[in-house]
Design a binder for this molecule. Sequence first.
Ligand code: PMP
Length: 360
Amino acid sequence: MMTAYNFSAGPAKLPEEVMLQAQNEFVDWNGQHSSVMEISHRSKAFLRVAEEAESDFRDLLTIPANYKVLFMHGGGRGQFAAVPLNLSAPEQCSTHIVTGSWSKGAVAESDKYNNAVVIAEATIKDGLKYVEPVKSDLQPDAAYCHFCPNETVDGIAFDWLPQVGSVPLVADMSSTILSQPLDIDKYGLIYAGAQKNIGPSGLSVVIVRDDLLGKAQAITPSFLDYSLQSQNDSMYNTPPTYSWYLAGLVFKWLKDKGGVNAIAAINDQKSALLYEAIDSSDFYNNPVHPDNRSKMNVPFTLANGELDSVFLEQAESAGLQALKGHRSVGGMRASIYNAMPLSGVQALVAFMKEFERKFG
Ligand code: PMP
């Protein structure tokens, strides 16, 4: 079988070892003669899966004891609604840094439940998309400041934290969580849709400082209520058990790999290799300022856009899958999350060089 590499932005490739283990125990898990998805979420066996997943996740990110970890339904957009509903009153304001399509989407959803105010936006510097570090004293009484440190569609990232006084920071880390170490205690809340670095889509993981609990608006749907979910160990309603189990396998895989520090070094190597290939040629271009280049999602265009479809077809035939850019921006995008091995990026770079030799 030809080796194939899947560069999908999400749902994205999961670690091969995890998929094989899941396959191996799909029908008969843990000697139960049932799949893990066929047993009660309240059974002892599943509770162990749930607890181990949480404890491995806490270890990986060194999550302090005053933060709750919730395994919830509804992916990233579910949290676009859950955050304003849980952290703010309808008349309160939330502040937002808009650097791409997902942080923009969060503003629109938030504005249904509070007063969402944009305090900073991505700009252009030297002809490239750029995000100026944010230091703002606007809206000092805001319930929280929301940002997305890695914009999946646009390939824009930043590693500084917004300086907004005592306003709690809320980060959408859907496409960057577990790719590098974090200082959790700098944040009020972090959330992530699972389908990139965690597991299957539909699940979302929330890390929330416990003093932010207990403020949900009366209209908050109960299953999105952080306090209620926290009191019920994320089992107020039936959780997405199979996704939770798979997330647990991914966390163990990452621990075996040496954790987030070790994977961050590999992620640095992979992204540097790909950007180097783009920068060393006039045939390829990345539209993002070097300070803000994503290590997870690398968009690039061809100097001659008419070759896009040929590039994608030939890449697909060479086993390099899902490189088409998001429909809103076009071009190409290589998503290189934790599960993408260095060999995948090396294969992509070799293909790009060969394609340029043929068509450049
Ligand atoms: N935020 C970010 C950064 C994302 O990349 C995505 C999905 N790709 C979302 C939010 C929305 O997630 P979902 O489709 O699970 O609602």
